[in-house]
Design a protein around this ligand. Structure first.
Ligand SMILES: *[C@@H]1O[C@H](CO)[C@@H](O)[C@H](O)[C@H]1NC(C)=O
Length: 342
């Protein structure tokens, strides 16, 4: 036996039988006992990433509370849960107020490193036009070399499905209002580099058996319809599906094949931040889902090469507005940011 092999055997034996720790004095050194300057260093952050990412969230028509908070013409809102979702993962928010003049909106888009389209109900008019414009701009930014992510949640996913397919009647009806569901992973789906990449395997498994994702939609698209549409199937890869109350299967998570775009027919933001429905799951597993999904959006936004002027960012952050508590009615969103007509 060579001396190398003996040494390996020795190391192996040593690692298998750790020495008892009893009798070994711990050596905690107080700063005052240090004779020389500590050599500990804080490693420099990755210069390729941006550590002050900002996410633009598009506001939705109305007050989010059926007029309980405001009946003003032109009022729009962002449910604060989306803002908290972004903040919890280490980014700040600039509201993209949907009915602002287009040039102002496009200027604000230069201040952010990614965008989120929220849930809601509006599928036509100025809101649809604004979302279409911003979506095209997002693809342009990526084509031009930026890494500029989009999360399209619920209505947001429905809208980009309509935009990509160029078919406003592409959606189908489902019975999935106000309910929690399991989620099924498509077998061929590659979750590497998707939002699920850093989910603990145990959590991924639980999501398939426990009702851990919140649904609240009447429209959606079935896997067959998406795959049959050439524009949709070349843009999207289906990652997950869910079943509605009538066991009709709909596409629940997609990601783009070529862009950092993720679509959700479920609500990752609600588990941690909305309390208006007793159906919303709030278990530790459910809250972890919110956190992991938010982390992926912000990790994508840190890859953006956009470095906007700080003062302009500060002038436009959501902190220039105060959220309104709407959850006292015991339903709807807990807090909303309201925006008067710009
Ligand atoms: C909005 O209008 C409805 C119906 O008229 C009314 O019940 C509600 O109080 C109004 N909301 C506000 C904030 O004034």
């Amino acid at each position: 036996m060579s001396s190398g092999a003996v040494w390996v055997l020795f190391l192996l034996a040593f690692s298998l039988c750790p020495l008892p720790s009893a009798g070994v004095r711990s050596e905690i050194v107080l700063p005052s006992q240090l004779r020389r300057v500590s050599t500990t260093s804080c490693p420099a952050p990755d210069p390729n990433l941006y550590y002050q990412p900002v996410i633009g969230i598009v506001s939705h028509p109305g007050d989010g509370a059926s007029g309980r908070l405001s009946n003003e013409t032109g009022v729009s809102y962002i449910a604060a849960s989306y803002v908290k979702f972004v903040e919890a993962a280490g980014a700040r928010v600039v509201p993209l107020i949907y009915n602002e003049p287009p040039e102002k909106l496009l200027k604000k888009l230069e201040l952010v490193n990614g965008v989120l389209f929220t849930g809601g109900w509006a599928k036509n008019g100025l809101y649809f036009e604004t979302v279409t414009k911003i979506f095209k701009k997002i693809l342009e930014k990526n084509d031009a070399g930026d890494h500029f992510p989009l999360y399209a949640v619920c209505l947001g996913f429905e809208l980009i499905t309509m935009i990509i397919s160029e078919d406003n009647n592409i959606l189908e009806e489902f019975t999935a209002s106000n309910q929690a569901s399991t989620i099924q992973f498509v077998e061929s789906a590659n979750i590497e580099e998707s939002l699920f990449q850093r989910f603990p395997p145990e959590l991924l498994r639980k999501m398939t058996t426990d009702c851990l994702v919140m649904q609240n939609h009447r429209y959606g698209i079935s896997p067959g319809k998406l795959l049959d549409n050439r524009k949709l199937s070349s843009f999207f890869e289906i990652l997950t599906t869910c079943s509605d109350e009538d066991d009709k299967v709909y596409v629940s998570t997609v990601r783009s094949r070529n862009y950092p775009v993720t679509g959700f027919q479920w609500h990752p933001e609600k588990n941690a931040f909305e309390w208006g429905s007793p159906r919303i799951p709030h278990t530790e597993d459910a809250v972890q889902i919110t956190q992991h999904v938010a982390n992926f959006l912000v990790s994508e936004a840190r890859k953006s090469i956009n470095r906007p002027f700080t003062q302009e960012v500060l002038d436009n952050l959501v902190y220039n507005y105060s959220p309104t508590y709407g959850g006292k009615a015991g339903k709807g969103y807990d807090e909303v940011y309201l925006f008067a007509q710009a």
